[in-house]
Design a protein around this ligand. Structure first.
Ligand code: SDX
Length: 431
C-alpha cells in the first residue's frame, strides 16, 4: 500500500473532512475516499470511472499524455522488439524477467498444459456453425470450471498457480478450435515441439490432408501481436475480472466474464469493427465522408480503432503495430494492400483535422492489428478471440494480484438515485 503523503480537505456545507492523499511511484496522486461516506455522508459520482482508481497495482503503468506503456517498468516497445510473449507472461505474472532456467521451466509448464479435456470437445458441437467464436470462447472457458475442479479453489495458492498456467496454455487451443468449428474443419491438437505462437498458427491453419510448416515471419508477427495485447492496467475487461473475482468466483468464471466484456466494439471488439470500417470505406476518396460522419454529433458512427480513455497521445502499441504491418505485409508480398493504404490515409487525414487533434484522438491498438491478422489469413471474427487469448495473462496477473491484496473486499459501488421516492401500491381496479 502507498504511504500517505499529504491530505485533501473537502468542505460540504458546514462540514469539512480531511482525506489522506497517496503518491504513487508514477502517475497522479490519489485521494483516499474510503471513509468519505462515514465522515461526510456523501458518495462520489464517477460513471465510467474517468477519475477513479479502483485498486493499487504494480503490474502495468500507462502515461496517457506521453504515450508510455510499461509492464513491470519495461517499455512495451522494448518488450515487443527484444522479448517474446511467454517471457512477457512470466514478467507480468511474477514481476521480474526470468533467468534462462526459470524461463525454460515456465515454458515447459505452459507447453504441457495446452491440451483440452477431450470431453470438452462436445461443447463446441453444441454451437451453430455460424456462432461467433467469442460466444464459443465465453462458453467453453466458463465450462472449464466444470472440468478442472482441482484448480478452482482460490484460497489455495497452488490451485491458483495451476489455474493460471492452464488458462494461458489452453486459450490458444480453445480459440483455434472455435475457429476450426466455424469453418467445418477438424480440430488440430497442439504439439509440444512448437513454440506458443507457432502452435496457435498450426492449430488454426493445419489440415490433416497435408503437412503444415509454420512460416517464421507469421510466427514472429503473431507472437508480437500477443505481446502487444498482454495487459493494460484497469481496462473494462480487466476491471470485470477483478469485480467477478471479488465475490470469490473461480478463475475460469472470472476469465469468462472478462472475455464477455472484451467482446464489445468499444473495447476488444474494435479490431473487428475497425477492419470492417476500413473495408466499408474501401478507397481513400471516401475517407472525407467517414471523417465527417465521425464528427457529426447526430451520427452514432465513430472511427473504430481511434481514441482511448487514457491515451491522449499515440498508443505506443499502435506505433509498433503499424511498423509490424508494413514489415509483415511486405514479407507476405501484399505491401500494396488497399486496406492498409486506406488506414494510413485515414490516420493522416484524421490527425490533420482539428476535431481529432483537439480531442486528442489517436489510433489505438486496434487500428492496425486487423490488417496484419487479415493478411495472416484470419477472418475478422477471429480478431477479438486473438485479443482475448493474448489478454488472458493480463487478466490472470491482475486476478492473482487482487487475491493477494489483504484489503480485498467485494466490489459493490453505490449510486446516484433519481427514481421515485417511496409510494403505496395501487390496486389494478383503481389505476
Ligand atoms: C481498447 O481501456 C483500455 O485500456 C482498452 C484497451 C486495452 O488494451 O484494454 O486499450 C483496448 O479497448 C482500445 C479502444 C478500442 N475502441 C475503439 O477503437 C472504439 C472507438 N473509440 C471510442 O469508442 C472511444 O474513443 C473509446 C471508447 C475508446 C474511449 O471513449 P471515452 O474515453 O469514454 O471517450 P468519450 O467517448 O467520452 O469521447 C470523448 C470525445 C467525445 O466527443 P464529445 O462528446 O466530447 O464532443 O471524443 C469523441 C466523443 O464523441 N470520440 C470520438 C471517438 N472517440 C471519442 N469521435 C469519433 N471517433 C472516435 N473513435
Amino acid at each position: 500500500m502507498a504511504d500517505e503523503t499529504k491530505t485533501a480537505k473537502l468542505t460540504i456545507g458546514d462540514k469539512t473532512v480531511e482525506l489522506p492523499v497517496f503518491t504513487p511511484t508514477a502517475g497522479p496522486d490519489v485521494i483516499d475516499i474510503r471513509k468519505l461516506y462515514g465522515q461526510a455522508g456523501v458518495f462520489t459520482y464517477d460513471p465510467g470511472f474517468t477519475s477513479t482508481a479502483s485498486c493499487d497495482s504494480t503490474i502495468t503503468f500507462i502515461d496517457g499524455d506521453e504515450g508510455v506503456l510499461l509492464h513491470r517498468g519495461y517499455p512495451i516497445g522494448e518488450l515487443a522488439e527484444k522479448s517474446h510473449y511467454l517471457e512477457v507472461c512470466y514478467l507480468l505474472l511474477y514481476g521480474e524477467l526470468p533467468s534462462p532456467t526459470e524461463l525454460e521451466d515456465f515454458e515447459d509448464r505452459v507447453t504441457n498444459h495446452t491440451m483440452l479435456h477431450e470431453q470438452m470437445m462436445n461443447f463446441f458441437r453444441g454451437f451453430r456453425r455460424d456462432a461467433h467464436p467469442m460466444a464459443v470462447m465465453v462458453g467453453v472457458v466458463g465450462a472449464m470450471s466444470a472440468f478442472y475442479h482441482d484448480s478452482t479453489d482460490i484460497n489455495d495458492e497452488w490451485q491458483r498457480e495451476v489455474a493460471s498456467i492452464r488458462l494461458i496454455a489452453k486459450m490458444p487451443t480453445i480459440a483455434a478450435m472455435a475457429y476450426k468449428y466455424t469453418i467445418g474443419q477438424p480440430f488440430v491438437y497442439p504439439r509440444n515441439d512448437l513454440d506458443y505462437a507457432s502452435n496457435f498458427l498450426r492449430m488454426c491453419f493445419a489440415v490433416p490432408a497435408e503437412d503444415y510448416v509454420v512460416d517464421p515471419i507469421l510466427s514472429r508477427a503473431m507472437d508480437r501481436i500477443f505481446t502487444l495485447h498482454a495487459d493494460h492496467e484497469q481496462n473494462a475487461s480487466t476491471s470485470t475480472v477483478r469485480l467477478a473475482s471479488s465475490s470469490g468466483a473461480n478463475p475460469f468464471a472470472c476469465i469468462a466474464a472478462g472475455i464477455a466484456c472484451l467482446w464489445g466494439p468499444a473495447h476488444g471488439g474494435a479490431n473487428q469493427a475497425c477492419l470492417e470500417m476500413l473495408k466499408e470505406i474501401g478507397t481513400p476518396d471516401r475517407i472525407p465522408e467517414y471523417i465527417a460522419r465521425a464528427k457529426d454529433k447526430d451520427d452514432p458512427f465513430r472511427l473504430m480503432g481511434f481514441g482511448h480513455r487514457v491515451y491522449k497521445n499515440f498508443d505506443p502499441r499502435a506505433t509498433v503495430m503499424k511498423q509490424s504491418a508494413d514489415e509483415v505485409l511486405e514479407l507476405l508480398g501484399v505491401e500494396n494492400n488497399p486496406t492498409l493504404q486506406v488506414a494510413k490515409e485515414l490516420e493522416k487525414q484524421a490527425l490533420e483535422d482539428p476535431y481529432f487533434s483537439d480531442k486528442k484522438l489517436f489510433p489505438n491498438v486496434d487500428f492496425y492489428s486487423g490488417i496484419i491478422l487479415e493478411a495472416m489469413g484470419f477472418p475478422t471474427s477471429m480478431f477479438t478471440p486473438i485479443f482475448a487469448l493474448a489478454r488472458t495473462v493480463g487478466w490472470i496477473s491482475q486476478w492473482k494480484e487482487q487475491l493477494n491484496d489483504p484489503q480485498l473486499k467485494i466490489g459493490r459501488p453505490r449510486q446516484l438515485y433519481l427514481g421515485e421516492t417511496q409510494r403505496s401500491y395501487t390496486d389494478i381496479e383503481n389505476r
